[in-house]
Structure formats: structure tokens, C-alpha cells
Design a protein around this ligand. Structure first.
Ligand code: C5P
Length: 296
């Protein structure tokens, strides 16, 4: 199974709700960085992880892919004794929903392994119990997310966009970034992003220049407060000619929008020489959501 990373092209965060989550309006785009997840019948539910940042991924029952298999088993009577293997291509704790991608891939995989035959919609509502971004990792493409991000509407769009993702070594914890935004909002109005109209219009036209100008993320100020080095990375990206530069979700990954593929290659190469990030990846968006690559 393969599931993609996401970038939030627009993310406006409302007030903290009584359940601890924040109401938000977001535009997700699935981009071509992937985690590959393999499920094999076994004598216990286990998980192994390989790839950059693998050491940071939990190997116990809190692992999102493990939780996904256990939850679907509980609801369907499937046999949860499955060996889960995750090959990470998505930055860990990077703001690109890598854990959610693993959960989405595991749901699709367990459904296929057990012949459960659940619809995407059924898997998505189960996925929402695991994490706010899991339904989008199943959906893929580009979508408007509301609620805590789990309620999705497809977005009219055309064209492909070329992204350069700049990775940082130290991850950021999503709850910590939301808590920092709450703290900032106690002392003044924070949140510059209100309405996704410009992002949606740019997507409808397939206009990369307009999209670059309209990217916005309310979590950016909080991510910058916790990881101040990101400011230089954003500035460097813009100086190098990115159409737009934004912290992805809760960060610390920074997404730079390039004019086209060739520009993305040049931008990635220039950025790699600047000592502002730990690694650089190129990715096209939008791409499909979690899917089965092969069954045995
Ligand atoms: O849903 P998920 O497990 O990805 O959320 C991780 C954490 O991010 C939550 O526990 C919460 O602190 C924060 N969050 C939030 N509002 C959202 C989504 C996430 O406060 N809409």
C-alpha cells in the first residue's frame, strides 16, 4: 500500500473547542512523497519501520498504522495478527501527515487482506477516529477540509504543481504547535488567514503564480516561535525565486512552490547548497490517496 504526504495550501485555525481540537478551514493537497506500507499475516500484531527518521516512529500500540489495523479488526472481526512494515518516504513529525498516511494505508491494506469490502467513505469515517488528517490521506487529490480537518469536499482544480519540500531534522509536535498558537492568541490577535477563496480561485485556474501569492497558514507563527530557524529557510526560498513559501501544517517542513518542474530542480539544487535545511525533496501535486499497489 502506498499513501501520500500532504501540504496545506491554506490553513485557518479557529478557537480551541471543548474537546481540545480546533475548528479549522483548510485546503489540502496530496503530494508525491510516499510511505509504503506492507501487511503480512503473522502470529501477532507487530510493526517495523525503515527509512529516514524511522527511529522516531513508535513501535508499540500507539503507532497509527497498528491502531488502524486494531480498530478495523475490532469493527469487522478481521484477524489483527498482522506484521506491518512501513518504509518512510514522508518526513517524520514534519507537518506532512506521515502518521496519517500510514494509518490510511493500513486501513486500505487490512480491508484488502480480510476482504472486508468497506467503501472509501466507511474507511474515512473510521480513519477520523485515528487522526484528523487520515480521511484526507485516503481521499488524496486536493480537498477542502472543515471541522477538525476530517470533513472533506473535493475542490475544482486543473494542472499540476511542482513543490520543493525543505526538511528539518528536529520535528515539531502538532499539539505543541496548536498550544503555542493558543498562547500567542492570549496576548493579541494572531491569524492572518481567513478565507480560502483566493487559493480556490488559483486552483480552479491552475494558476501557480496566484497560488503562490495566496498560500497561508495560521500555524506558521506558532511553528516559527518554536523553530525560529525556519524564518531563514522561508526567506531563502523566496529569495531563490519560489512563487510561495509556507510552513507545511504544523511544520517544520517548508513547502516551496516552483513555476514548473525545471524550476523545481533548480530551486532544490540552490536550496541544498544553503545550509538552511537538512534535506530537500521534490514532489508533484495533486496525487492520488492511499491505494493498494499489489496483493499476494
Ligand atoms: O487529529 P490528530 O491526532 O492529528 O491531532 C493531533 C493534535 O493536534 C491534537 O491532539 C490537537 O492537539 C491538535 N489538533 C487541533 N485541532 C485540529 C487538529 C489537531 O488542536 N483540528
Amino acid at each position: 500500500m502506498r499513501a501520500p504526504a500532504k501540504v496545506n495550501l491554506h490553513l485557518s485555525v479557529g478557537q480551541r473547542r471543548p474537546d481540545g481540537f480546533h475548528d479549522l478551514t483548510t485546503v489540502f493537497q496530496a503530494v508525491g512523497l510516499y510511505d509504503d506500507v506492507t501487511l503480512t499475516r503473522s502470529d501477532a500484531l507487530t510493526v517495523t519501520v525503515q527509512g529516514t527518521g524511522a527511529a522516531e516512529v513508535p513501535l508499540d500500540a500507539s503507532n497509527l498504522a497498528v491502531r488502524a489495523v486494531a480498530l478495523l479488526a475490532e469493527r469487522t472481526g478481521g484477524d489483527p495478527r498482522v506484521a506491518v512494515h512501513i518504509a518512510k518516504g514522508i518526513p517524520v513529525a514534519g507537518g506532512c501527515a506521515g502518521g496519517s498516511a500510514d494509518a490510511a494505508a493500513a486501513l486500505v491494506g487490512a480491508d484488502a487482506l480480510w476482504g472486508t469490502g468497506w467503501s472509501r467513505e466507511q474507511l474515512a469515517s473510521l480513519g477520523a477516529e485515528l487522526g484528523s488528517d487520515v480521511p484526507f490521506a485516503l481521499h488524496g487529490g486536493t480537498a477542502l477540509g472543515t471541522g477538525r480537518g476530517e470533513q472533506l469536499t473535493a475542490v475544482l482544480e486543473q494542472g499540476e504543481f511542482s513543490w520543493v519540500l525543505a526538511l528539518s531534522e528536529a520535528g515539531l509536535s502538532t499539539p505543541a504547535v496548536y498550544a503555542e498558537l493558543d498562547r500567542q492568541r492570549e496576548t493579541g490577535p494572531v491569524g492572518v488567514v481567513s478565507d480560502p477563496a483566493e487559493v480556490l480561485a488559483a486552483l480552479r485556474k491552475g494558476d501557480a503564480v496566484a497560488l503562490g501569492r495566496s498560500l497561508g497558514n495560521d500555524l506558521q507563527s506558532a511553528a516559527l516561535a518554536l523553530a525560529p530557524r525556519l524564518r531563514r529557510l522561508l526567506d531563502t526560498g523566496r529569495d531563490l525565486g519560489a512563487l510561495g513559501a509556507i510552513v507545511s501544517g504544523s511544520g517544520p517542513t517548508v513547502a516551496l512552490l516552483a513555476r514548473d518542474d525545471g524550476h523545481a530542480v533548480a530551486l532544490a539544487a540552490a536550496l541544498a547548497g544553503q545550509d538552511v535545511c537538512s534535506a530537500v525533496r521534490r514532489a508533484e501535486g495533486p496525487v492520488a490517496g492511499a491505494r493498494v499497489l499489489e496483493t499476494s
